[in-house]
Write a protein that binds this ligand. Sequence first.
Ligand code: OXD
Ligand code: MN
Length: 590
Amino acid sequence: MNTPNQALKQWISQAQQHLSPDRVVWCDGSQAEHKAILAGMVESKEMIPLNKDSYPDCYLYRSHPDDVARAEHLTYICTPHKEDAGANNNWLSPKEGHQRVDPLFKNCMQGRTMYVIPYSMGPCDSPYAQFGVEITDSPYVVANMYLMTHMGKEALEYIDKLDTNFVRGLHSTGDLSSERRWIMHFPDEMMIKSFGSGYGGNALLGKKCHALRLASVQAKQEGWLAEHMLIVGIENPQGEKTYIAGAFPSACGKTNLAMLIPPNTYKGWKVWTVGDDIAWLRPGADGRLWAINPEAGFFGVAPGTSQQTNPHAYNMLHRNAIFTNVAMTPNKEPWWEGKEKDDNTTTSLTDWKGQTHTASSATTAPMAHPNARFTVSCHNCDSFEKPGKAYQGVPISAILFGSRRRSLVPLVFEAKDWLHGVLTGAAMCSETTAAATGKVGVLRHDPMAMKPFCGYNFGDYWNHWLKVGTNLSQPPKVFHVNWFRQDSQNQYMWPGFGDNIRVLEWILKRCHNQVDSQETPLGVLPLKGDINIENTTVTGDTLNQLLTVNGPAYADHLTEVHNFFQTFAPRNPQALMDTCTKMINQLKNY
Ligand code: OXD
Ligand code: MN
């Protein structure tokens, strides 16, 4: 393929010289190309074709066993001044960042193919689309980018006219050694260099690296927000649609919420999926916040996905899907923990590493990796709301912040205003999950669910959130939710999944001023009886517990949050600190 874009031409030719690939392939994004890539991987035994009848055009990929999740400790933001990256990021100067990875890239594609993937985040013709080009030696990356982005010929036609205004992403799997694995971001150069990992978040550079880390920096400069958020449209029985966006940490149910199917008693309610992981939000001329999903597919967590927990996701996985690190049944169907209602599979399974186990050689280790993934196009999903021509996005009425907290944090509360909403997001703490390497279940600060993804100093980021609010005459209401409270027997107290519509119903009523509430020092809570628990196993007592604010315990938590904010001084907004202090004082005696 040829391009009149001189900057692109020059970069590709420099890369070719440095990487020394055997051949260069410009990806056109056609279906034929996608099929050929997959066929090539089947031939080289990198992909296993799954059952043709029950899973047509579906494949299983097994990664290197040490390369199964995002590597946050190896992910860097390279800026001239350390303070611009902030205490929330690993930092190197751009010079050091390049010096660390460039030698690793030298001749790394000898004997390999260098793929050039032009892509768009957002439909190409949307005024909010952003473009990039990823160079990679991984056919797995090419196959996934095909499903996750708008890639190929059409994107290149736009990039042809962009001069230097596109993101350059350089990726090689190298030898997959975790000793030589780095994910470097150079925001000033609109550049990413990722070496030594083939895992989605480290290797599909359009996703976390571009659409969150680099885009968050761009968004700050241009007055918008790039967030780790799902987007849904909720249609009520009157046919009115209200759009909400929700920030939840990785593997905390964004995909399930994005594809929620209300219980039978919620006749006439429907949830439309706009996106399940990333939202780009812009103040509109009407003073509302408008959102687009920059992605074209879903890269979701397989374990726990079932006909019961997420029927839309379960159904969309039965064709044209790539599975990574799931287990496999003898008839070549993908398998993971929680896939079937009854997990007592008696047939033998091949685990995610390729080891076959029979009932007698059963182990307690999970058969699918806990961060096993599926990749599918959005068009596979029955509830997907297709973007129209020249897509400007959807107007957001509510923002949800949600964390995984077994205690303390109520089922739902509403922030009193935008400032309090920003504090609510910034104060988020959540238990870690298998989406990143490291220990699972450890409580950590995860402001706005952006700890791994904000490409700049959190202090500046919170200031930016406050500033965006000043450009909104009709800001979304902000809520905090927690589906994950547990009782003394470690049982979940709230059923979650489809029943979360019950909380969303209250949120919608608050957005449309249809229901009263009670003010507490923590925020605005539902009145008794305003969360519908009919036809659930939740008792009135349990709901009361879920909606109780433990003032002194919350004050302690916010004192710790205040200390955390302090680590971003002097860039942490004073207004946030003052509001936090005021809440601590009120909660102490509540
Ligand atoms: C993801 C993640 O893959 O957040 O979306 O890790
Ligand atoms: Mn995510």
